[in-house]
Design a protein around this ligand. Sequence first.
Ligand SMILES: [Zn+2]
Ligand SMILES: [Zn+2]
Length: 445
Amino acid sequence: MSLDQSLHADREAISELGRQMLVDGLTKGTGGNISVKSGDAIAISPSGVPYDEIQPDDVSVLEDDEVVAGSTNPSSEYPMHSRILRQRDDVGAVVHTHSPYASTFASLGEPVPASHYLIAFVGDRIPVAAYEAPASEALADAALDALGGEYTACLLANHGVIATGPTAEAAYEVALMVEYCARIHYQALGVGDPVLLPDEEVEHLASRFADYGQTGDGWAGPDPAVAVSEERWNDLEPERKAVSSHGRKMLEQGLTEGTGGNISAQQGDLVAISPSGMPYDEIDPEDVPLATLDAEHVAGDRQPSSEVRMHTGILRERDDAGAVVHTHSPYASTFASLREPVPASHYLVAFAGQEIPVSGYATYGTQELADLALDALGEEYDACLLANHGVIALGEDVADAFEVALMVEYCARIHYQASNVGEPTLLPDEEVQRLVGVFEEYGQN
Ligand SMILES: [Zn+2]
Ligand SMILES: [Zn+2]
């Protein structure tokens, strides 16, 4: 790609992600901005233009701090963007947001600690840069200080967030994770004491994430020696369709952020599962790979989700389940970070069982995590929380498991909100047991 072509792609990405910032609630009005480095040139969102009106041609391009293209003035935060882009060789793009949960900790002047494992996208915590005037060179220095050589993001005191990445899309995903982790920590502090992950585990996670972006390299697809027939691939079309359509629903219904979470559906000895690292709104049925119950990839061009071992481990053991929906839904994940079960403060908890239990902590995607989830689920629960992580919901098929995942988030939200203002009254065990029976029959009709 020539420099001109790559600049055009960068300007399109800035225009699109700007709109996405509004949709995802990462900013309000014209606050925040996005920049991308391309050779000596920097493309950056324009100053004072509402995000939903920014066209690729409006995006400013600067070389040696001189505007060379763009129909409006560059963002006033250009000095901060350009300094970070020039000083950090690993950074190709900067996303600056005013997202509300992260900005809350920015106003407290407190870093966000590792109460959720996704903090490893950033480092062992989300550090805070000292307050300096917006648009000043001093703010650029403060941000660089806080980022150091290793963090991919920081808070700007009394202001907002800086998120970085090799590409605009990667920096944007970091900005989403910053807001998500800040939200989980904020909510957990509201009703208890979040359990923080040990430093060694966060370091281990950070090294896995560093590799994660590279899994596409050299990926050759399924091993032809174990690949399944085209007939079997076609047999699982309903399962592949269900995984594809419910991935989109997961985003629409706020059960996850970015590319987090995943869905699997079993038919016989094969499992259709969400592909790794692909945005949900781009996943079509033909993108959904197949794996064996031993997590071996046997069909489809895309690599199975990094959590394939957890899914197949659960499906192998729980004969009554034909599908697993794994979410990072925010209220349920709050209790996951508190490592507290969600009790029966609402009758719909009976969709999961007597309560929504919480498993021990293990690194995402491991067989160990599948084992811990199975311990928590036992024979009788249809859902559990995964400590410092998210939710597992089971069902006979994907639609069924998805409904359970929705109920888990709903009950967690009600319990959270009730706990915030008082002491929720819990239903007696016998009544919950009765409801569990009623829901089981209901599922069989
Ligand atoms: Zn700002
Ligand atoms: Zn997960």
